[in-house]
Design a protein around this ligand. Structure first.
Ligand code: MTE
Length: 329
């Protein structure tokens, strides 16, 4: 049967054209300074990921590869098959370490994740600079198995280890004026070679409305598959918002600021017509250059329909009552 769908968008489409041109430049430069032949079209990487990963990729030895831990499926967990650990940790988007899907696993080893501090400030009664280990000790970690849907139309199922962002916000005690939460990634071009290139405005920033940030599904994750997050997945702390496109899941967070106004977000700044502030997974609202109606679950051959709010509509649709989600995309 003929496939009625267009092929998966190539990297040249996924990245806005202006950026793509700079991206080609960037790839050339990355290739020059790493001596690595880097290609575009990371979508093919999955084929390679079934083979042994390159030796410089940060995955545990075969004997250490964590097996899915037996646990009761919680109310918020999906029981769909989990994407294998070596795929979750070798097929990444983390532009601070390069633009190809395989770059973060090769290059993020330069990231020093200790000591590390996370500032919580802005419209809160109790601003604080947290040492990462104190932060992780203060809030009990839970495992949550979530779908993750990238705006590029691929998806995974990942068992995260983290705690609800709501717990940290409670501790900070938002003022009555707080309406949004802004997140910032580390800004350190020494450690993050991609930041030496103007491919995006650095540091990477993201934001949520306060009620989205307080939603029980919204996690700050410090691990996956029962282990600490590898750097390429956003160590030591990243955001996970499973009903939104993956780019909302900002990595390697150093600052969380409560604000009165909607904060700027990196991909919206880069291409406002293509990436909105809300970025709720929505099969009915296409990206200007490709359909969002279907997605490719890594490891599966046929594309599957994309679910409204990535399958979390029951939990989150009420947050958007009265909004026009084709305008507030
Ligand atoms: N955070 C930072 N700081 N830099 C990035 O380039 N990429 C985003 C998001 N967080 C990104 C980021 C995108 S586009 C996606 S799809 C997810 O991280 C990918 O997360 P993963 O590599 O753990 O699958």
């Amino acid at each position: 049967m003929a496939d009625p769908l267009p092929p998966e968008p190539p990297a040249s489409e996924v990245t806005p054209e202006k950026l793509y041109l700079r991206r080609r430049d960037f790839i050339r430069n990355v290739a020059l300074f790493t001596g690595t032949a880097v290609g575009v079209g990371g979508g093919l990487y999955w084929l390679g990921a079934r083979q042994a990963p390159p030796s410089d990729v940060l995955v545990p030895d075969a004997g250490e590869v964590p097996q899915p831990v037996a646990h009761g499926v919680g109310a918020l967990d999906t029981d769909e098959p989990r994407t294998p650990y070596d795929v979750v940790t070798t097929y990444n988007n983390f532009y601070e370490f390069g633009l190809d899907k395989s770059d973060p696993a090769r290059h993020a080893g330069t990231l020093r994740t200790r000591p590390w501090t996370v500032v919580v400030d802005g419209e809160v009664h109790e601003p604080r600079t947290w040492d990462i280990d104190a932060l992780l000790a203060a809030f009990p970690l839970e495992e949550r198995v979530y779908r993750m849907r990238c705006v590029e139309a691929w998806s995974m199922v990942i068992p995260w280890l983290g705690f609800p962002l709501a717990r940290l916000l409670e501790r900070a005690r938002p003022t009555g004026a707080a309406r949004y939460v802004a997140f910032t990634t580390l800004n350190d071009p020494e450690q993050m070679p991609g930041q030496r290139r103007g491919v995006l405005d650095w540091p990477y920033v993201e934001g949520l409305r306060l009620d989205e940030a307080q939603h029980p599904l919204t996690l700050l994750a410090s691990g996956l598959y029962g282990k600490q997050l590898p750097p390429q997945n956003g160590a030591p702390l990243r955001l996970v918002v499973p009903w939104k496109y993956g780019f909302k899941g900002i990595k390697s967070i150093v600052r969380i600021t409560l604000t009165r106004e909607q904060p700027p977000t990196t991909w919206n700044l880069a291409a406002p017509r293509e990436y909105g502030f809300y970025a709720n997974v929505n099969p009915a609202v296409d990206h200007p250059r490709w359909s969002q109606a279907h997605e490719r679950r890594l490891g599966e051959f046929r594309r599957r329909p994309t679910l409204p709010f990535n399958g979390y509509a029951e939990q989150v649709a009420s947050l958007y009552q009265g909004m026009d989600l084709s305008r507030d995309f």
